[in-house]
Design a protein around this ligand. Sequence first.
Ligand SMILES: C[S@@+](CC[C@H](N)C(=O)[O-])C[C@H]1O[C@@H](n2cnc3c(N)ncnc32)[C@H](O)[C@@H]1O
Length: 372
Amino acid sequence: MEVCKILHMNYGDGDKGYAKNSLLQQKVISMAWPIIKETVEDFCNTLNIPITTLSMADLGCSSGSNTLMIISNLIKLIQLHNNKPTQYQIFFNDLPSNDFNAIFRSLPNLLEDLKSQIGDNFIGNNCFFNGVSGSFYGRLFPNKSLHFVHSSYSLHWLSQVPQGMEIINKGNIFIDSTSPKNVIKGYYKQFQKDFSLFLKCRGEEIVTGGRMVFTILGRTDEYPPNTDYYCYDIKFMNLILNNMVTEGLIKEEKVDQFNIPKFRPSPEEVKVEILKEGSFMINCVQVSRIDWNFYNNGEFDGLLSNNNVCGEVDSSYYFAKCIRSVYEPLLIFYFEEAIVDELFQRYSKIIKDEMSNNKYEYINLTVSLTKI
Ligand SMILES: C[S@@+](CC[C@H](N)C(=O)[O-])C[C@H]1O[C@@H](n2cnc3c(N)ncnc32)[C@H](O)[C@@H]1O
């Protein structure tokens, strides 16, 4: 499966679009902000001479407000600094199927917001925005052309499903407790190959002393991962697909052939690859957790107009929609649209049930690096 030709999040501003269903990813970016802020401030403080044009990129930006939020916050932060640049070059990167036009349509609002918040000393026409279509598992920018790179919830996607999974991982769509050991090995090897290539490419593109901060889904246990707890969000999807096979709605071979190209590494697995590849110094690797029930903490009330029962936000409703906005295009590529619709009807029910009885959370790894 060539992920780079297929993968994108659900398009548009509609009810199923990623733009309307990515509050979880927004929350993750705000949780990582203290590390991003510290990294960028440190970069500005260590500059011997001010930079004229500061170049930064958001890799795996998708569309919607999250990428605009991080870029806007970065510019506001850097503008506070004595060594502030006179111009900004901003790059939005994602795979070719991404809805870059939606980002471009939002740029006038972003500039207006920046002007109103930064004031007279900010001249909007000194910001140059670019869309860069292509896989971050390859070169995207000229040598030593970037000062800062950000990426959130993107780098856990692999460049491809590890080879042979359709044969050795039958009945599973990801690493599962019933997967043989060489499934985990295959996924881990693919992660090592992809991640070291990512580091090598960014190592060539980022200036010496430049910084990179990325957040990915990860895990806390060491290799081999405890498959009982590895990925409940995908486990529930797998369960439904297998039920649909039993009911004769999907052919068994279809599920056997489908595997999700993702990996959730441990902090140690990330550190080992960074040290082995050698382009970057590690500033920090921070582990954080986000409860799937976070929608209910009051922070997002104004944005959650639907489905409030007696003042209680039903987090499961929003969580299931978030997962749909991420996986639906990939699933539709393999299964019929009607099947995928049925799958997500069942998914909302199972998530509601599970979340009312158990606590689930994602583990995030935020990594801050300096180019050597
Ligand atoms: C869950 S979205 C995250 C979007 C945004 N960063 C946010 O936090 O809301 C993951 C994005 O990563 C992109 N992506 C996955 N693999 C990629 C690759 N190899 N190169 C560039 N983008 C990739 C996907 O297309 C998708 O838009």
